[in-house]
Design a protein around this ligand. Structure first.
Ligand code: SAT
Ligand code: MN
Length: 579
């Protein structure tokens, strides 16, 4: 059977279930994109923005109850519940299919079903993987055009006739009561119904590249991670590549394209959200960005916090749920110090002060190549060599600004120990602390205990395992103010990380890892007192012991599946802290 016929058979079967009026195979061309935009401008799915200041930019307003990922409606559907693990919602495959099947049944009546073959990763890379998704949303098709490589390039990349992840997406009736995001890793299948929101509906992104990707990665011996990829260039012109895991809406896109506050230093952007990482034949870890676009959080993006993002979204960008100015420009909180007069809010109503103008999880969708800091080698098939991993989360307490793991195993422990304060990127309460190992809690497609074991086993396969660091830009002082300026000044932390990787960088040993020595961080010109820097780096034994007790409870749910090395490192850390 040829690749097309197997794909066609599956598409036919899906159309039999969803009953569209017609089936459109997408070719990924500019003409196709332009046609979709025209159609959406006609039916009101998109609004045009100011053609002079924001050429080829559009605004999409989603259903007000469909503005973020819905984790409580997201399931891993493995035959054995233990394979999904205690941190995932699980449903038995037959039950999942019966439930969602009822929502999919005839869901595309009177609408077109678009078939989108897509490639995650650069063309010609052995690390890239293919998918075919169907959808009844033109907004999803246009967004996929920006976020992934669509069309023939994907069909050509298929290595076997069944070499694709199959994804079915329908807007359904957009009701949260009939919304399900289902993953069947054993069948390489995704079913998503009832949401048009990015993380739920652009199936190449979290569903494929992370949830099914992580499953595939474990089977095939690589890593699929919720990580940005950057090259950090020093004043001599040497570039060190780093991958950093951070929870959604916690400054990942800002760090991915940071403008260094230190003379001579520069950050090159390879990716802002997902990294696929392989150990090459020489034992070097190499990473690709499987995506081709950014789906970034708009609020707080400004010429001050992220000048590169502000510049790149000035053309060819689809905005979702931002506010609109009278001159037809997008606006969101933080873009300018003062909101312009006459704003229309994200739901299309005259804006009332005291209410959000843009939704806190409003987004921009834009091609990577428009980023002024894009790395010249960002699409190279062999990927970039990774020398360091960073685990970062949002914690107002406990976690110091930066510290380094003692070794690979300790670094995996630090990643597994991550917790964070929740943001508007997920539906639910904002600002509550929850565990989020490696920023993968919502994205790991299998038992997280096995995921930790997979990480533990990967380091020793590398000839020179990357160093592992933990960062936290969000720690606050007694006065409730952030202790660290963040943004472009985070490059000062990257500088210390790069120095450590190269065998320099002054550090002092603590029970939790290596912390920069008193003069280790370059804080010149920041105007921070020594005491302030010390406070940002302080290890509070009491706070740590409490946090580790909570971590122990979290680990307990994995039972005997938790790798011994993780449990032993926790015990060791407790002992060092002096229990
Ligand atoms: O909405 S997405 O899940 O794609 C982005 C994010 O929350 O990280
Ligand atoms: Mn993300």
């Amino acid at each position: 059977m040829s690749a097309t016929s197997l794909a066609e058979k599956w598409v036919d079967g899906t159309a039999g279930m969803t009953r569209p009026s017609n089936v459109v195979w997408c070719d990924g061309s500019k003409a196709e994109y332009d046609r979709l935009i025209e159609e959406m401008l006609r039916d009101g799915t998109l609004l045009p923005l100011n053609a002079r200041t924001y050429p080829s930019c559009y605004l999409h307003r989603s259903h007000p109850s469909d503005v973020a990922r819905t984790e409580q409606l997201t399931f891993i559907c493995t035959r054995d519940k233990q394979d999904a693990g205690p941190t995932n919602n699980w449903m038995a495959p037959p039950e999942a299919k019966a439930k969602a099947g009822a929502y999919f049944d005839g869901a595309m009546r009177g609408r077109a079903m678009y078939v989108i073959p897509y490639l995650m990763g650069p063309a010609g890379s052995t690390m890239s993987r293919t998918g075919i998704m169907v959808t009844d949303s033109a907004y999803v098709v246009a967004s996929m055009h920006i976020m992934a490589r669509v069309g023939n390039v994907a069909m050509k990349a298929m290595r076997r006739d069944d070499d694709f992840i199959a994804g079915v997406h329908s807007l359904g009736d957009l009701s949260p009561d009939r919304r399900l995001i289902l993953h069947f890793p054993e069948e390489k299948l995704i079913w998503s119904v009832g949401s048009g929101y990015g993380g739920n509906a652009l199936l190449g992104k979290k569903c494929h590249a992370l949830r099914l990707g992580s499953w595939q990665a474990r089977q095939e011996g690589w890593l699929a991670e919720h990580m940005l990829i950057i090259g950090v260039e020093d004043p001599k012109g040497d570039v060190t590549y780093l991958a950093a895991a951070m929870p959604s809406a916690s400054g990942k896109t800002n760090l991915a394209m940071a403008v260094a506050s230190l003379p001579g230093w520069r950050v090159w952007t390879v990716g802002d959200d997902i990294a696929w990482i392989h150990v090459d034949s020489t034992g070097q870890l190499r990473a690709i960005n499987p995506e081709k676009g950014f789906f970034g959080v708009a609020p707080n993006t400004s010429p001050k916090t992220n000048p590169n993002a502000t510049a790149m979204v000035k053309s060819n960008t689809i905005f979702t749920n931002v506010a609109l100015t009278p001159s037809g420009e997008p606006w969101w909180e933080g873009l300018t110090p003062q909101p312009p007069a006459g704003l229309v809010d994200w739901q299309g109503r005259p804006w009332r002060p005291g209410t959000p103008a843009a939704h806190p999880n409003s987004r921009f969708t834009v091609p990577v190549h428009q980023c002024p800091s894009v790395a010249p080698n960002w699409e190279e098939p062999q990927g970039v060599p990774i020398s360091g991993f960073i685990f970062g989360s949002r914690r107002t307490k406990v976690i110091p600004l930066v510290f380094e793991a003692f070794d690979w195993t300790h670094g995996v422990f630090l990643g597994s120990a991550m917790s964070t304060e929740t943001t508007a990127a997920i539906t639910g309460q904002v600002g509550v602390v929850r565990r989020d190992p490696m920023a993968m809690l919502p994205f790991c497609g299998y038992n997280m205990a096995d995921y930790f074991a997979h990480w533990l086993a990967t380091g020793p396969r590398a000839s020179n395992a990357p160093r592992i660091f933990r960062v936290n830009w969000f720690r606050k002082g007694e006065d409730g103010k952030f202790l660290w300026p963040g943004y472009g000044d985070n490059v000062r932390v990257l500088k210390w990380i790069v120095e450590r990787i190269r065998g320099g960088g002054r550090a002092q040993e603590t029970p939790i890892g290596w912390i920069p020595a008193a003069d280790g961080l370059d804080t010149e010109g920041l105007g921070l007192s020594r005491a302030q820097v010390a406070e940002a780096l302080r290890v509070d034994r009491g706070e740590w012991l409490q946090a580790l007790a909570d971590l122990g409870d979290f680990y307990d749910q994995f039972g005997s599946r938790l790798p011994q090395a993780i449990a032993a490192t926790l015990a060791d850390t407790r002992r060092k802290l002096g229990t």
